[in-house]
Ligand binder design. Sequence first.
Ligand SMILES: *Cc1c(COP(=O)(O)O)cnc(C)c1O
Length: 373
Amino acid sequence: MHFETKAIHAGAEPDPETGAIAAPIHLSTTFERGIDGQPAHGYSYVRDANPTQSRLEEALAAIDSAAGALVFGSGMAAGSALLQSLAPGSHVLFPDDCYYGFRILATDFFPNWSLTADFVAMEDLDAVRRSMRPQTKVLWAETPSNPLMKIVDIAALVGIAHERGATMVVDGTFATPALQRPIELGADVVLQSTTKYLGGHSDVQGGSLAFARRGSLFEAAMHTRHITGGVASPFNSWLVLRGLRSLGARMRVHCENARAIAELLSKHPRVAVVHYPGLSAHPRHDVAARQMSDFGGMLSFEVKGGRAEALAVASKVKVFTRATSLGGTESLIEHRASSEGPTSRTSESLLRMSIGLEHRDDLLADLEQALKS
Ligand SMILES: *Cc1c(COP(=O)(O)O)cnc(C)c1O
């Protein structure tokens, strides 16, 4: 079955009690037990599992070609639960351009958990091989990356990880399973911040892990979630489930709009560089074309000059809104270094955009007027 069909039908059985087509939200925190003391209907307590969450996990597993999925209260809760499931002494290899939350997690929390980390540019496969240690348990990729839209070769990294007995994790938030399914390329775990495109309306926070196998790592992450408590609420699970039903259709428009904007910016005299994997000038355009069905709705660009020039462009937009985050229906623009704060390594001239579902011509006209000097 194709992605769009699975996204609409997985976990969508009519409610057995009422025949309701829209999934019911079960807000109950506790579930009846039988006279034998055992759960009578398969559920026990909300932090463990609940019926709305189960529907979402079924859908997420289906759309990522996974054997199982676990949902969390945020993308960071999902990633943290996975990393907290590693044995003390484990080493994690992250990409140099990984989501800044994971960089801070590694520096501020890994010492407490007796984990170590290194960061490496993963376009360079020899550098990845050299950075793998006997203790490396996770090779963590993010593609396209945030905010530089770097593309790494998932299948090649899977080869290196598996040769060394490590687990291959891919943060696929920017691509979504509509455009890129790392498990089909051999990856073991896919992380999504469902706060972004899966929720799709900038009104819900969530995260998920999809697993190629329901093995020991799946069990360990489920146990970590149950005990540390970073689980998604029933209402948030419902909102993400509602959002992902239209993911396939939304991504088509996000991609079309982003492609038009990337082309406009790449010809603009005030723009130094555009980071968008759909442009043939992108250094890894070929890898992106191989492992993604389209190039997504995220892009960043650098304004000639520096911080002042970039902030000036962002100050003039009227259709775009100045805000962080991504994946909603509305277009957003942000000065990424300001959002990331003092530990940011992002260029002061960089603006990151989440291209929304507005009419393309309105977005193009807005950027053209904002770029007038
Ligand atoms: C937003 C984001 C995260 C973190 O997700 P939250 O839901 O904000 O915790 C992780 N990775 C990427 C690529 C993201 O964009």
